[in-house]
Design a protein around this ligand. Structure first.
Ligand code: FE2
Length: 243
């Protein structure tokens, strides 16, 4: 039997066009299982359809900050006003059953020997960002597995710890015994590293290889949906440049 090959999705943010393209690419790459590091909703115009696809596929998910605020009636203090408006809009689109699904998501999940978390392992409920080695070091001290996938910054990057922590200058790594990896799979639905293509990860468990991939998708269609829904224009514009 061929080994498991996980597609690791994150920060889909209701972008159905990007999700569809990523799922097609993952299938072509031989993905056998699907997991998600959170933020299924927010920003883009198709949260209900996104949730339907994710739930039909049986994707194992953890909770992102957008999922949290959509599912909980509390003030999103750390949110930019742009994101806060979309929280209210999203709530109205997805229905009670999806809200209950988001509310039930856990902050961390162990899957087949690796971990999933949205933001950080040291204080996941604070929704901190990991941009540099120092921030990655804090998460590594709580990482019991050799591999942990995360998201939240919308920028794909691989941090490796073997003694010290290094930000690797590659998007493909062979998992080596004795080292730890804290891997941001980037964003499916709203990339912010200047590359508008959707980002996701593939983890070949038997081959011990993690690869972060980019996929072209129909940005113009996602933009049309944002405008038709009356969501802020800025959310449509940013998809074209990936910022
Ligand atoms: Fe996000």
């Amino acid at each position: 039997m061929a080994g498991k090959r996980y597609a690791i999705l994150g920060d889909i943010h209701g972008n159905l066009e990007a999700l569809t393209a990523v799922l097609a690419d993952a299938k072509e790459q031989g993905a056998t299982d699907y997991v998600c590091v959170g933020d299924l909703v927010g920003y883009n115009a198709n949260p209900a359809e996104t949730l339907q696809r994710v739930r039909e596929l049986g994707v194992i998910c953890v909770r992102g900050n957008h999922d949290h605020y959509v599912a909980h009636d509390e003030l999103a203090r750390d949110f930019h006003p742009l994101a806060a408006n979309v929280v209210d809009w999203t709530r109205m689109q997805i229905g009670e059953d999806n809200i209950a699904f988001l509310r039930a998501l856990s902050m961390k999940r162990m899957v087949n020997g690796f971990l999933l978390v949205h933001s950080t392992l040291d204080m996941p409920e604070k929704w901190g960002y990991v941009f540099d080695e120092l921030e990655a070091e804090s998460s590594f001290s709580y990482q019991s597995t050799s591999v942990c996938f995360h998201g939240h910054t919308h920028q794909p990057v691989i941090f490796e710890k073997s003694g010290t922590v290094a930000r690797l200058n590659t998007l493909r790594v062979i998992i080596t015994l004795g080292k730890k990896y804290f891997i941001n799979v980037g964003s499916v639905g709203q990339p912010r590293d200047g590359d508008p293509r959707a980002s996701y990860g593939l983890y070949d468990l038997a081959g011990r290889v993690v690869e972060l991939r980019r996929v072209v998708y129909d940005v113009a269609s996602a933009q049309r949906h944002i405008r038709a829904a009356g969501l802020p224009e800025r959310l449509a514009v940013r998809l074209a440049t990936g910022i």
